[in-house]
Design a binder for this molecule. Structure first.
Ligand SMILES: CCCC(=O)/C(O)=C/OP(=O)(O)O
Ligand SMILES: [Mg+2]
Length: 404
């Protein structure tokens, strides 16, 4: 019968890992096999968790040993939604000592309940008319306390720089000065103005916030005002909130998943959930068109190996759903573009706030510097050489240097 196979890493200096695995498989499914009357055992069999395998390792930390354990949970035990899946495989267990959930391999039956990203990489590229290069996104900085005209001007300057997307910072919530429908209205007016001047299309990801049970109406309000993308702080709401938005036919715009709060879950080797599963597989399953995560070389960093796990999960063609755009973020400046393209290829969004607004020629200059850096890398020209004849990039390198 269909199952979801969970991979855990269990740490224990003395435990019998085989016994521990067995107790998890039974404890998180039928409770306790020995207490079940013989007459009931046959009917309970289909609910019984099963240990698939146990691989024991000596850790490179002295006197620490761990085991990678795979356990199969029958689909019949949980409903076709992410909360049920997570509580089944890592509800109580997440609080039971040093155990980290590394991966979930759910059944195709379970997968059928999810349509994944509505647009995906191909759909977003189609919308923007941008192919064969990374996308470029800038972030409002700062964003709190500004009125509509200030946000409009900041948006306009970012758009002049040639970015493909502009996003709210994730800390912008509903407020009397710039309610989402008004913010969308003025920013898309500015976008139209820039498109008339430069021919450049762009998406504006307005931050969808407010009480969970009002999100759908809030999203529709933003879309009625012209929103063509939404930013969403998924982990503070939950995967199912994202799934509800992404699977709603009336919410007909790409959704960008911000990783806010993820640092409470993925960094520890001994606890939590792997970055690949937390920010890659589960966000794509829930319907994120874009997945933001800390890059390995910015201001807030994530190990390259973890970011590559997220990227693989976003792009995995074995999964029957559209791909999510990986968006390595935080502390990104034009000098890092060679590393980003080296590590993530061109199906990536180069995303920057300070690296755009901190440019001596302003946000427009910052955007231009990134456009020039991307052009240089795709032409195989070093940034320093390209900067000889490209002023915006020259200024960026003067301030932030390059890593090639
Ligand atoms: C990982 C998320 C990064 C983020 O939210 C953000 O605002 C980055 O801004 P900069 O570091 O590029 O200024
Ligand atoms: Mg931010």
């Amino acid at each position: 019968s269909d199952t979801c196979v969970a991979t855990y890493r269990l740490y224990d200096d003395r435990a019998d890992f085989h016994k521990k695995a067995e107790s998890i498989a039974v404890g998180l499914t039928v409770g306790s096999w020995t207490d079940i009357p013989e007459t009931k055992k046959a009917s309970m069999q289909k609910h019984l968790g099963r240990v698939v395998d146990v691989h024991i390792h000596e850790s490179d930390v002295p006197n620490e040993r761990y085991a990678d354990v795979r356990i199969a949970y029958p689909d019949v035990n949980f409903s076709r939604d992410i909360p049920a899946l997570l509580v089944t495989v890592f509800g109580k267990l997440s609080m039971d000592g040093r155990v980290k959930l590394l991966d979930l391999d759910w059944s195709s039956t379970f997968q059928q309940a999810f349509s994944g990203p509505k647009f995906g990489i191909a759909g977003i590229r189609e919308q923007l008319g941008v192919h064969n290069r990374p996308l470029l996104m800038s972030i409002f900085k700062s964003v709190i306390g500004h009125d509509l005209s200030a946000l409009r001007e900041q948006f306009y300057q970012q758009a002049l720089g040639g970015v493909d997307l502009i996003k709210d910072d994730e800390i912008l919530f509903e407020n009397p000065l710039t309610p989402i429908q008004d913010r969308v209205n003025v920013c898309l007016e500015a976008a139209k103005q820039v498109e008339e001047e430069t021919g450049k299309k762009l998406l504006y990801a307005a931050n969808l916030t407010g009480p969970t049970f009002e999100l759908r109406d809030q999203a529709r309000r933003a879309i009625d005002a012209g929103a063509n993308a939404l930013l969403f702080n998924v982990l503070s709401y939950g995967y199912d909130a994202l799934h509800g938005l992404a699977s709603d036919p009336d919410i007909s715009v790409p959704i960008m998943a911000h990783p806010a709060m993820a640092g409470a879950l993925y960094p520890s080797p001994h606890y939590g959930i792997s970055a690949r599963l937390l920010l890659g597989k589960l966000l794509r399953l829930a319907g994120a068109d874009f997945v933001l995560f800390p890059s390995p070389y910015g201001s807030v960093t994530m190990p390259l190996e973890d970011t590559q796990g997220i990227r693989e999960a976003c792009l995995d063609t074995a999964r029957p759903m559209k791909q999510s755009f990986p968006v390595p973020s935080a502390g990104i400046h034009p000098g890092l573009v060679p590393l980003i393209i080296r590590d993530y290829g061109i199906d990536v969004v180069v995303n920057a706030g300070g690296g755009v607004h901190g440019h001596p020629l302003g946000a427009a200059g910052g955007g231009q510097a990134f456009v020039q850096a991307i052009d240089a890398v795709l032409q195989g020209i070093s940034l320093n050489d390209y900067a000889q004849h490209h002023e915006a990039l020259h200024h960026a390198i003067q301030i932030w240097g390059t890593k090639e």
